[in-house]
Design a protein around this ligand. Structure first.
Ligand SMILES: Cc1cc2nc3c(=O)[nH]c(=O)nc-3n(C[C@H](O)[C@H](O)[C@H](O)COP(=O)(O)OP(=O)(O)OC[C@H]3O[C@@H](n4cnc5c(N)ncnc54)[C@H](O)[C@@H]3O)c2cc1C
Length: 382
């Protein structure tokens, strides 16, 4: 039996109502799986990591990772909902008591959604410490100016965590200092200093450019201490990377199963294509890679839940799982031959969806750079 079988069965039962045709329809329409997200919330799965005293289930990262893995393994796209799982960390860990009392029960009940996090900027990209969006304190408000790019699920979120510079780079001792995070109420911000422009893109991942022109935020939107926002964001990244790794494991298992099943059924030259070792070996290899990556995902989950440093495992799990799911996607597509390109087989959709995880939320090169510098002690390159 697999770990957390009860959670797996529960999520699978819910996902059974949102079958391949549902996800294909959402993808074709470039829509949002509203019914699925509502059902996942009402069943309590999206509030899994909200502490019980605020109406959530108070579960750990391990359990949360199983929920997202199963959504993808059932053929869905947890990229539509995963933001809330990891954005919560920031609020739970660094939010004030008043913020937690106000927002967490509403997030647990589904009254509010916290699906968005605004970090990336068009001119600075991965070099986050050089972000140009500023938040300047004026009396009981912060005034925000600047631009973000690739910010996801803004149209289906009520709240967004925003990273902005509160002290100019030239005035801080270390470039990681002087940035702060804010909980932006999107319902009030959009149209009043914040503009949202969708970016047409390869996957059905609702993602946007954001423009801030004197957006005013109440001072109590600040999360934690002013100037420590970058540290808070980093703090949440290990959880985010581990959850994404689990999603990739879910994708990887979906691809392997689809390839296995098609290879057993499809007859060419009078026998199943899976009888040819040239077809079966790549599927076996994909299976091995996915299962190996899963071991690192569990190491990351356990370290995180035990409260010990999980940075190394979380980064390596994300790297291995994103690579394994992408390789499995390739194998699955190849196994299906021309039919892999037909939308009704869902392979091309999942193929596009899993490709994202080599780039976002952190690109593969940046993980390699982390490992080289922080784990192997090689010289810092940037
Ligand atoms: C669909 C989608 C959804 C997203 N959602 C969000 C979101 O909700 N919130 C958010 O804040 N961001 C989001 N992102 C942004 C995402 O996190 C970034 O795209 C990603 O971190 C890479 O940044 P970049 O695109 O600016 O690439 P760049 O920084 O311009 O880098 C381009 C390439 O160069 C490589 N590179 C850059 N510098 C180095 C170096 N020093 N050494 C080696 N290689 C290097 C990178 O690895 C990358 O492959 C999303 C992106 C996409 C595509």
């Amino acid at each position: 039996m697999e770990e957390y079988d009860d959670i797996r069965q529960g999520v699978r039962a819910l996902c059974a109502h949102y079958d391949a045709a549902y996800w294909r329809g959402v993808d074709e329409a470039r829509g949002f799986p509203e019914a699925f997200v509502r059902a996942l919330t009402e069943a309590g799965w999206l509030g899994a990591m909200i502490p019980a005293e605020y109406g959530g289930s108070g579960l750990g990262l391990s359990e949360a990772s199983v929920i997202l893995e199963e959504v993808n393994r059932c053929g869905g796209n947890s990229g539509t909902v995963h933001g809330q799982m990891y954005n919560l960390f920031t609020l739970v860990r660094h939010g004030s008591q008043a913020q937690k009392d106000h927002f967490l029960p509403r997030l647990a009940s589904g009254e509010l959604r916290l699906q968005s996090m605004g970090v990336t900027e068009p001119t600075t990209g991965t070099d986050t410490t050089r972000i140009k969006t500023t938040a300047v304190r004026r009396g009981d408000r912060y005034v925000v100016n600047g631009q973000k790019v690739w910010i996801s699920r803004v149209q289906h979120s009520d709240l967004m965590i925003l990273l902005a510079r509160t002290t100019p780079l030239a005035e801080v001792a270390r470039k990681t200092e002087g940035m702060s995070i804010f909980l932006v109420d999107l319902r009030e911000a959009i149209g009043h200093g914040m503009e949202v422009r969708p970016i047409a893109n390869m996957v059905n991942h609702e993602t946007n450019e954001l423009f801030f022109d004197n957006l005013e935020l109440p001072a109590d939107s600040l999360i934690g201490e002013e100037g420590k926002g970058f540290r808070y964001i980093l703090d949440g990244l290990n959880a985010e990377r581990t959850l994404i790794a689990a999603e990739c494991i879910g994708d990887g298992r979906w691809f392997v199963e689809r390839a296995r099943s098609y290879a057993g059924e499809r007859q060419v030259f009078g026998r199943p294509i899976g009888q040819n070792q040239g077809v079966q070996f790549p599927i076996a290899e994909a299976h091995i890679e996915v299962e190996a990556a899963d071991l690192m995902r569990w190491r990351a989950c356990r370290e995180y839940d035990a409260g010990v440093a999980a940075g190394a495992s979380a980064n390596m799990a994300k790297y291995l799982a994103a690579k394994a799911s992408w390789e499995a996607a390739n194998v699955c597509l190849q196994t299906h031959g021309g039919f892999g390109f037909a939308c009704e087989y869902d392979v091309e959709r999942k193929f596009r969806e899993t490709r994202l995880y080599q780039v976002a939320p952190i690109s593969t090169n940046l993980i390699l750079s982390y490992v080289a510098e922080h784990l192997l002690g090689l010289p810092r390159s940037f």
